[in-house]
Write a protein that binds this ligand. Structure first.
Ligand code: PRP
Ligand code: URA
Length: 208
């Protein structure tokens, strides 16, 4: 079974208090989602493999270490886009794929409307990114699409999860590690995380 990591850090806690607050404006919300994206990347990438390379400093030749595998960031549209710049700032060599999904408001089931991945996804470490892991339906569907294109080394990266979403994701994809900034109490009767932060896509893009 993949691991479930709740990433604990004072700066993340501080920024979570800003994005949870319903009074936070769109610009501040977007900035903080991205900044938390950068901070969680440190933990998500802690065990990435390295390979030695010889370089020359101004003083002499030496052996240094670079990432052994490519990294592909796959945001789930729309809300996943909110974390991409933050992650990309810390891994600027990463390639970016996209999965477009929305939850049907009645059934809560994910509907796919866009898929585009770089070819290297088969050999890369793939970070599937969505701030919210609610029922888990969107993450499960996005990871299935990534696997259909041959990806094998996959991590899910989110900001707010809940036990229901974690269980659904583990049941469907037991090989995938799950990284979350926080694990909340539960889902409410209309599929929102409690206490959560509301509708992340709408808050990022000002659509409500
Ligand atoms: C939200 C969120 C996740 C999904 C999580 O997207 O960004 O993608 O819900 O819910 P789930 O775990 O129950 O699938 P939404 O469907 O609102 O689309 P949007 O990002 O375009 O707003
Ligand atoms: N999607 C969101 O944006 N927020 C939730 O709480 C659940 C799903």
């Amino acid at each position: 079974m993949g691991k479930v990591v709740e990433i604990k850090h004072p700066l993340i806690e501080h920024k979570m208090s800003i994005i949870r607050n319903k009074l936070t404006d769109t610009k501040t919300f977007r900035e903080n989602v991205n900044e938390i994206g950068s901070l969680v990347t440190y933990e998500i990438t802690r065990d990435l493999l390295l390979k030695p390379i010889e370089i020359e400093t101004p003083i002499c030749k030496t052996i240094c270490y670079t990432l052994a595998k490519e990294v592909v960031i796959v945001p789930i549209l729309r809300a996943g886009l909110g974390m991409v710049d933050g992650i990309h700032n810390v891994i600027p060599t990463a390639k970016i794929g996209h999965v477009g999904l929305y939850r049907d408001e009645k059934t809560l089931l994910p509907q796919t409307y866009y898929v585009k991945f770089p070819d290297i996804i088969k050999e890369a470490t793939v970070l599937v990114v969505d701030p919210m892991l609610a029922t888990g339906g969107s993450a499960v569907a996005a990871i299935s699409l990534v696997k259909q294109r041959g990806a094998k080394d996959i991590r899910f990266v989110g900001l707010v999860g809940c036990p229901e979403g974690i269980k659904a994701l583990q049941d469907a994809h037991p090989d995938v590690d799950i990284y979350l900034a926080t694990i909340d109490e539960r889902l409410n009767e209309i599929g929102y995380i409690v206490p959560g932060l509301g509708d992340c896509g709408d808050r990022l893009f000002g659509t409500k």
